[in-house]
Design a protein around this ligand. Structure first.
Ligand code: THU
Length: 141
């Protein structure tokens, strides 16, 4: 793999993670792969639970891996799902991505055949709340 991962690298990593998703309830495997600020790739899959609300999304897993592996910024993220409908990140995951991304950070949405569409974070989560909101409120206390 080159120093700076390509979209093809992200797609391959997300697809490999998707193949390991634990989805006995929805049967809807999702994979996600992040390129961090250093060009490294961190992938995750959704992991469901018999106590349904305890299941977690692929993006959350990829973000956790990025953090524990030393990444601090999402330069780019790719999400892969199945079916004809675009597997865009859920609302909660848009907010999770927001924590580590910028408004123009690309979010690639893929199906089994490859990337279908690319959005910016700002397009999927406009007028978002993030760390800068808290920083700008610091003077008020
Ligand atoms: N899922 C994700 O992993 N990411 C998303 O952004 C959307 C939904 C998962 C959660 C659940 O395991 C399955 O897809 C069906 O909702």
């Amino acid at each position: 793999m080159p120093d700076r991962a390509t979209i093809d690298d992200l797609f391959a990593a997300a697809k490999a993670a998707q193949a390991r998703a634990h989805v006995p309830y929805s049967r809807f495997p999702v994979g996600a792969a992040i390129r961090d600020e250093a060009g490294r790739v961190h992938a995750g899959a959704n992991v469901e639970n018999a106590a349904y609300p305890q299941g977690s999304c692929a993006e959350a897993a990829a973000i956790t891996r990025m953090v524990v592996e030393g990444g601090t910024r999402i330069a780019e993220i790719l999400v892969i799902g199945e079916g004809d409908v675009l597997c865009t990140p859920c609302g909660g995951c848009r907010q999770r991505i927001r924590e580590f991304a910028r408004p123009d950070t690309p979010i690639h949405v893929a199906g089994p055949e490859g990337v279908r569409r690319t959005f910016t974070l700002d397009a999927l989560l406009p007028y978002s709340f993030g760390p800068d909101n808290l920083e700008s409120a610091g003077d008020a206390t």
